[in-house]
Design a protein around this ligand. Structure first.
Ligand code: PGA
Length: 249
């Protein structure tokens, strides 16, 4: 069975004050036994949030890493550096990085490899733009994103990979994929994983939905058979909203 996961993505938001308040609030809350909580915080907050959540059920994630382990890459941070902050995950392939930093599938594949070699778990993001969906090419587009990246991994690596399907047209727009649209794509993604790695791995891989998940729509989205949780942007900035989303799982 795939783990149920509520993951927050703070993007370029929050300073130490908000971070300490947030982690303090969430550490005191009861998190259901079968739910994992992950927070992807800015690099500047990785150390403090990892320390604060050490004894809790909350895991900390970076939002990116460089594909090389070290070297002359001014301004970059490697997966092994992320690991040494105490974080245990890294987001790779988020659509904002694909768009604003021109990250393509082959670079994303290298980042995933580097993260796994540094003993980090990976939250791999995929998803299509509105134009692609309107053209009804969304399935083949997402298939290609997955084929060029995680399908190239060895089978054993899959236990450290979470997939987040995030249709770009639903990110930060207030527009959510309908539960039916999400389920259709998640089922498709699971079938691609099954074709390559077999049924057991496909059943055990968590597939999260992302794109305007809020307390008001989380329950219905999470009730879909192949939706194992959410990757939450905007609504993860408010601890009360994020906790409501955790409780919807
Ligand atoms: P959103 O962002 O929940 O604000 O739409 C989701 C994401 O980008 O991960």
């Amino acid at each position: 069975m795939a783990r149920k996961i509520a993951a927050g993505n703070w993007k370029m938001n929050n300073y130490i004050v908000e971070c300490v308040d947030f982690m303090g609030f969430l550490s005191k809350k009861r998190i259901p036994k079968d739910v994992d909580v992950i927070l992807a915080v800015p690099y500047t907050l990785l150390g403090v949030s990892s320390t604060m959540t050490k004894e809790s059920k909350i895991s900390i994630s970076a939002q990116n890493c460089h594909h090389q382990d070290k070297g002359a890459y001014t301004g970059e941070i490697s997966a092994s550096m992320v690991k040494r902050t105490g974080a245990s995950y890294v987001l790779v392939g988020h659509s904002e990085r694909r768009e604003f930093n021109q990250e393509g599938n082959s670079l994303i594949r290298k980042k995933i490899k580097s993260a796994l070699e540094s003993d980090l778990k990976v939250i791999f993001c995929c998803g299509e733009s509105l134009d692609i969906r309107k053209d009804k090419k969304h399935k083949s587009y997402v298939t290609k994103q997955i084929k060029k990246t995680i399908l190239k991994l060895p089978k054993e690596a899959m236990e450290n990979v979470i997939i987040a399907y995030e249709p770009i047209w639903a990110i930060g727009t207030g527009e959510t994929a309908t539960p039916k649209q999400a389920q259709k794509m998640h089922k498709h993604i699971r079938s691609i994983i099954e074709d390559k790695f077999g049924k057991e791995i496909a059943q055990n891989t968590s597939i999260l939905y992302g794109g305007s998940v809020k307390p008001a729509n989380a329950k219905e989205l999470f009730s879909q058979e192949d939706v194992d949780g959410g990757l939450v942007g905007g609504a993860s900035l408010d601890p009360t909203s994020f906790y409501q989303i955790i409780k919807s799982l």
